[in-house]
Design a protein around this ligand. Structure first.
Ligand code: 6R9
Length: 646
């Protein structure tokens, strides 16, 4: 038996069962109709499971009516679970830690719904939310869902310009924000960006939560305090039933170039798939588990796996306002120990950071409550996977590597803990009910495990995007034209291994072509990270007159295994060692032309490495737009390092 097969103890108690695969294979629509009635309470039952007659515009659970906020809150109170903690809020400075029960949640959401209604928000109006990780953000989202006013969250690290573009595109009527946010102990302004963004837009009112108490500019006609409008509002609110296809939210993808796309999700199908996947993939037992998804609510992972999926299931979860390094580098593990977190869902970029900091930090805490670990956002390098399993998961916790997108709305490819024999580094196979294949350029399913193709979703799924806000043509062109009108092109390169596992190789623009060999950035990055001196790596293909593209690598060293001399290495001993290591791991063709040792990598605020910028550096071009970087000074550091090497 492999080390990565589920234990019998785990399998016996697991929510996800092997039989789900058979059920889904036998009857796609029947399977989803059953999940819809299992996970969601309908005010009016649906009559048709899927209407795909106007493909690629799907309708799921046609004729059904429901209220998402009722499903996420009220029904748990009605079932006698009002005293169960919904959220353990862990504040950035420890000044506002609180436990919010489902009964509290019901009152808070009702107040927020009444407050928003008093500002003129009606069913169908769009509400922009520009707020950090505080409970009021969740109250507002659920209040919008309750009213039927689609929300559009804009990550609180985005600029005023980015916010304005999103308010404009969605014609938002109200913006909800806070005075400021705590960052590494300091109060930073937030409403200021809203002041700069809303001028001349459709936004009529700005609702402001007081979080830090810092000074804010005030427009008497436009601005209102949460404490004046929501806090005193009535704490009951009748939840109206909405059509299954009523818009639930818009979420703009950070898009590297061009106008951001407003990805549209609707009510019934989205809730069904987020709740179902949260149950079977995270193995959620709402009565006993303490669940923690560390994503920011401003990203799709926060929408689907903090707010909608887990709350529909009645989970108890952690919402953390802070960052992994503040007030100290052990704060995540301190939280796990204090609250007895049993399910942890985080991103490879965080795991690699913890690896870089060294395992002696998590070792100081009792992590024995953890029984399921999850990963999302990027391919997780096998080495990081093993570190996560060993040092966080006690060597036994199953890791669910979940592949999905803002557009898919919910998890698509992932092992089922308790069923699947795990394969470090691969999200393996579609979950029951999902159909994904790797196709070649001509649209044929790959048969050769050496070949690289494209990940394609071959059947509609309930949480699928329903369109790009205001741009049906872009929806068709981007996702449904590469392989045909009912095959969804995900934009990710992928391949199969001998066992039939699907390996995601990164975005197609990250697939390199070196002397006619197609190679993925992710594969070479994993090879670099498997060296014991490397914590993180980013690889790009830079144009090369002879080989088409040449491999350029940027690496961050591990602090616990390297010296200062290593960090100063510019093409010397360590670099040679790393190049040879890649050659040994993958083959000489994969040997990077050069490797640069850096202290940081350029990342978006959701933690994805922006290889486009590194490519600019590698090709000696002026570095492109850095506005979506979490820290725009990183590029200057890297370029400075480059010029010293040259
Ligand atoms: C949920 C989320 C989507 C893109 C996706 C892919 C990458 C996400 C992954 C993964 C390999 C995984 N991605 N999860 N790649 N393995 N487990 O991240 O949504 O921000 O829209 O990004 O992220 O490239 O296409 P989003």
């Amino acid at each position: 038996m492999s080390d990565f097969a589920p234990s019998t103890e785990f399998a016996d108690q697991a929510v996800g069962k092997a039989a789900l695969y058979d059920e889904a294979a036998a009857d796609h629509e029947g399977f989803w109709a059953a999940r819809a009635r299992e996970y969601v309470t309908w005010s009016k039952d649906f009559d048709t499971t899927l209407d795909w007659s106007d493909a690629p515009f799907a309708k799921w659970f046609v004729g059904g009516e429901l209220n998402v906020a009722y499903n996420c809150v009220d029904r748990h109170v009605e079932a006698g679970n009002g005293d169960r903690v919904a959220i353990h809020f862990v504040s950035a400075n420890g000044d506002d830690d609180r436990a919010i029960t489902y009964a509290d949640m019901q009152r808070e959401v009702a107040k927020a719904a009444n407050g928003l209604a008093s500002l003129g928000v009606e069913k169908g109006d769009r509400v922009a939310i520009y707020m950090q990780m505080i409970p009021e953000t969740i109250f507002t989202m659920l209040a919008c869902a309750r009213i039927g006013a689609p929300h559009s969250l804009v990550f609180a690290g985005f600029s005023a310009d980015a916010l304005r573009a999103r308010i404009d595109d969605a014609d938002a009527k109200v913006v909800v924000t806070s005075d400021g946010q705590f960052r590494k102990g300091k109060a930073m302004p937030l409403k200021k960006a809203v002041d700069d963004a809303v001028e001349g837009t459709s936004a009529q009112k700005v609702l402001v939560v007081k979080r830090t108490g810092i000074d804010v500019a005030w427009d008497e006609d436009r601005d209102v305090w949460w404490d004046d409008v929501v806090t005193p509002a009535a704490d009951t609110h009748e939840a109206p039933a909405h059509d299954s296809e009523h818009p639930l939210f818009l979420l703009y993808t950070s898009g590297t170039t061009g106008k951001p796309k407003g990805i549209l999700h609707t009510t019934g199908g989205y809730l069904v798939q987020t709740a179902y996947t949260n149950a079977v993939v995270h193995d959620l037992h709402p009565e006993t588990d303490v669940y923690w998804c560390t994503a920011d609510i401003g990203w799709v992972t926060g929408h689907s796996y903090i707010v909608y999926g887990p709350m529909a299931n009645g989970a108890t979860q952690i919402v953390f306002e802070g960052t992994p390094d503040s007030p100290h580098k052990g704060v995540f593990w301190e939280i796990v120990q204090k609250y007895g977190v049993s399910i942890l869902y985080t991103a490879p970029t965080a795991i690699r950071t913890f690896m870089k900091w060294g395992h002696d930090i998590p070792q100081q805490y009792d992590l024995s409550s953890l029984r399921v670990l999850g990963s999302v956002g990027e391919p997780i390098n096998p080495e990081a996977w093993r570190w996560y399993r060993e040092h966080i998961g006690g060597g036994t916790a199953p890791i669910v590597d979940t592949w999905w997108q803002t557009e898919t709305g919910a998890i698509m490819n992932s092992p089922l803990p308790g069923v699947t024999e795990l394969e470090p580094g691969s999200s393996q196979a579609p979950v029951p009910g999902i159909h994904a294949e790797v196709l070649d350029d001509e649209g044929n399913r790959l048969t050769d495990t050496d070949a690289v193709g494209y990940l394609v979703l071959t059947k509609p799924w309930p949480a699928m995007l329903r369109g790009v806000w205001g741009d049906p043509q872009r929806y068709k062109d981007t996702y449904w034209s590469r392989f045909g009108p009912d095959l969804y092109f995900a934009g990710d390169g992928a391949k199969y291994d001998e066992k039939g596992n699907i390996w995601i190789l990164g975005r197609v623009d990250d697939v390199m072509n070196v002397s006619g060999h197609r190679m993925s950035t992710a594969e070479i990055e994993s090879a670099l990270v498997s060296h014991d001196k490397v914590a993180e790596a980013a690889v790009v293909g830079a144009s090369d007159p002879t080989t088409g593209q040449a491999i350029e690598a940027f690496v961050i060293l591990r602090q616990d295994t390297t010296t200062e001399a290593d960090s100063a290495d510019r093409g010397g001993e360590l670099v040679t060692e790393l190049r040879n290591h890649v050659a040994k791991q993958i083959g000489p063709i994969a040997k990077p032309r050069s490797i640069m040792i850096v202290s940081e990598l350029p990342k978006t605020r959701s933690g994805k490495i922006m290889r486009r910028l590194l490519k600019d550096v590698a090709e000696n071009r002026e570095v492109g737009d850095v506005t979506t970087l979490a820290d725009s000074s990183v590029m200057a550091l890297i370029q400075d390092g480059m010029s010293k090497t040259a």
